[in-house]
Design a protein around this ligand. Structure first.
Ligand code: IDP
Ligand code: MG
Length: 205
């Protein structure tokens, strides 16, 4: 089957994290990465993609998170058991409680800011690929430069501890300021502040 893979904004723009996630995608033995390209998902696509979460308090944030900036989207050719293996590598949904050494523990920041979406079952893989292909061509190969960035830092674990302070309303302004500086140092984006804002907003809900 083909499964949907998305690098969420926290993985699409943080250079070292993008490189590490891509390295995992091409090194893993479970399936074959077929494509990855930049795409700005329209709101109605994300609302349908995450419709099962529409009554959750974080849903408006989640839609904004996934529709404010172009992200990397693609497909993986994988068997049922291979998909389970990839999902195991990915780790649990919320980044701050994901299994040590999982992708989300290593590169996700906190809560739903968890770096990667991957279809979570063979059934959702089929329906997600069909849904996304109504909006974007997903057969074009890997059309992105993933070479290792020179001197790009990876501050994931400091960002997580700052996120935890912000969530607890401790040193809030100072923590948000340092969070913004570290995220900017890791990332490459003209409108940096937009990425910071959508990530910081997740700690309010
Ligand atoms: P999954 O991405 O591990 O398959 P789902 O339950 O399908 O998890 O949720 C989809 C996305 O919604 C998650 O990846 C995450 O970004 C967000 N999300 C789910 N549950 C929570 C939560 O309790 N807090 C914050 N965000 C959440
Ligand atoms: Mg899911």
């Amino acid at each position: 089957m083909e499964a949907l893979i998305l690098l969420k904004p926290d993985a699409s723009y943080r250079l070292m994290v993008r490189h590490k996630v891509f390295s995992w995608l091409i090194r893993q033995q479970y399936g074959k990465l077929l494509s990855l390209k930049w795409f700005l998902p329209p709101e109605e696509l994300i609302q349908q993609h995450y419709s099962f979460l529409s009554d959750r308090p974080f849903f408006p944030w989640l839609v904004k998170f996934m529709t404010t900036l172009p992200i990397l989207v693609g497909k993986i050719q994988v068997s049922d058991s291979g998909l389970a293996g990839l999902r195991f590598d990915l780790g649990e949904t919320q980044a701050h409680i994901a299994r040590p050494n999982s992708i989300r523990e290593m590169y996700g920041i906190y809560g739903g800011v968890n770096c990667v979406h991957l279809s979570d079952s063979p059934e959702s893989a089929v329906s997600e690929v069909a849904l996304w292909e109504k909006y974007v061509e997903l057969s074009g190969g890997v059309d992105v430069d993933f070479s290792e960035p020179a001197n790009a830092p990876d501050y994931t674990h400091r960002l997580r501890s700052l996120a935890s302070l912000i969530k607890q309303n401790l040193h809030r302004d100072e923590a948000s300021k340092v969070f913004t500086e570290l995220l900017a140092a890791e990332s490459q984006l003209n409108n940096q502040h937009v990425l910071c804002e959508i990530i910081l907003e997740s700690f309010e809900v």
